[in-house]
Design a protein around this ligand. Sequence first.
Ligand code: ADP
Ligand code: ZN
Length: 720
Amino acid sequence: MTLTDAKATLKKVFGYDDFRPLQAEVIQQVYQRRDVLVLMPTGGGKSICYQVPALTLEGTAVVVSPFIALMKDQVEGLRGNGAAAAYINSMLDASQARNVEDDLLAGRIKLLYVSPEKLVSQSFQPLLKRLKISLFAIDEAHCISSWGHDFRPEYTQLKFLKEQFPEVPVIALTATADKLTRKDIAEQLQLREPTTFLASFDRPNLSLSVRPGQKRFEQIVDFLKKHPGQSGIIYCLARRTCSELSEKLNAKGFKTAFYHADMNHRERNQAQEDFINDRVPIICATIAFGMGIDKSNVRFIIHYNLPRNLEGYYQEIGRAGRDGLPAEALLFFSYQDVMTYRQMFEEGEASVEQKELKIAKLNRMFQFAEAPVCRRKTVLHYFGEAYEQNCNNCDVCKNPPRQFDGTVAAQKALSALLRLEEKTGINMLIDVLRGSQRREIFELGYDKVKTYGAGKEYSFEEWQFVLSQMLHHGLIEIAYDDKNCLKITDAGRAVLFSQQQVRLALPPKPEEKAAEKAATAAALRPPSRTQALRDELFERLVGLRRKIGQQQGVPPYLVFSDATLEEMAQKRPITDADMLYVSGVGERKLQLYGDAFIGEIRRFVREKTDEGINVPGSTYLLSWDMFKAGQSLDDIARQRDISPVTVVSHLATMYERGELVDIHTWASPEALDLVQGALHLFEEPYQLKDIFEHFNHRFTYEAIRFAIADAKRKKWKREA
Ligand code: ADP
Ligand code: ZN
């Protein structure tokens, strides 16, 4: 097998033109029967790495996958593309399992998905021994490591694969990249000198932003208004928040559902199915939701609360934009969340070291939310990946904070804190600095302290920004054991008493916010004509996809991804040949859904034409429709105000791209034969006149045009 075969399969089965980074390299290694370890972020395209070899190599590939729901999804997806795939797990009843076994033994299955329990079970061994196995793929391979978060004891027994099938290449895949896990995987699976492929964990299509948690609800409503109809997940820490938020959003006219552990199995299943099948676009859920869901058209993830660590954050936002289209991750944070976690950790049962680790990770998370540094840079550094540039796709890059000499501001805050005897929290400190008229301040006599009102030059929000940086610079700290009061550290004292300098940043200026508002307004302004056409057609295709999904009982994103529909909306394919040029449309999908989608696009083009809108590319279709309605070439030409020659060329183009017409009306078998035989003498694009001259005017222009169309039609049909 060569990469050329692999590429042909990629196009034919999956409808993709090119491999993503590292996919080809991995496949090459598998073809050389080497063991490989693949580390790619969620959505990076791990599946292709073993599916393409599985489909091209002789025999059956055995894929181990721990999530049963995901297994079904993958198998349905593969079958939808015409690939022979099946699964064996506890969901099958005896007769279904027997059918799969029969198919396996008859060599009819190219990809077999099995749960780890099944694979290692004694009852499965005889079957396994009778198969011709092309490769083993171990998905979610980090489950083998007891260091990781998803440890599965059965995974540790998978070492028997290498012992019993030393010649079969093993490909282990995971989205968890840390070194310890990596080493564990290679050792435990007993991989032989595995080649390790570590893809960048950057997800450039995800736009990252972080906002303080005030007025979260209003902010979310604003956000959702800017993303009408899009599918997304809102993660909440508390179960009650999930249901309450969902209800409040529904009351505002959004269509949402909720999901958490207090619901019974049936309710949870319903919520999940509604979300997957695009019946309900938005779900408010605890982080239990999303594991084992492969929905590729999730367009945003909102964290209503701070995640407990950066690993969790990255995993959760990774569920957006798997189709590679732009997607947004919006995180809200507040001190309250930090306190809640701390309390949870403290009350938890873990050992002291584990608690400390949790708190350290929480602090890193908080730091990420607060530091005025490119978000992407911060996360990727955390995962040990070098990333030096600024990403220009996060809130900090798009709207940088203003750096300034913060010594005086810090001194004011520290001095106030000292005079308040370090007995206040952040909000009270800011109120004192800003000279608030709150009653409590007078009751406590805080209006008498010397620094009362000394910090009026900054808004409440700006002080929050400044104080949180002071926290990170270690000038102050929160005494979690003393009612969360702020305390001055030694470093803080150095600033207060020894004139130690500090650099701080202020949030983006109000004018910049105005710029942001203008950008939002622009986003809400009516789009250009082209864009409007595209958006409208996209919506219609999404509707059709949902209908087909429902009829066939598959999630809509398995019919076609958002990316594929976007491309259709842009290119408006009206024939089979056009359709095959769209990324994500393979041979099987063309057979199954081509007519439905082409039909919808044609209807759209005709309607727009009737409304007097000129849709680029529609001219072929319009001539074609009239011809099919039985009108003569001359009639069509007259009505459309074009020449009959042009009409013929339109018909030829439609024929070339896959439509049927009796071409002998224009070209005799002899003309077809001779012209096609002579085409190699000319260069594309063919000049009809040259060919006309070549044959000494023996064939008409129409005959020549159709001979060329026929040659091209045969060519793409052969390649498809
Ligand atoms: P992972 O398992 O790494 O999370 P997937 O294998 O599910 O990622 O792939 C994510 C998405 O990218 C899927 O929709 C998949 O069809 C698409 N994809 C994978 N490889 C390619 C490619 N070479 N070209 C275009 N799309 C691809
Ligand atoms: Zn950035």
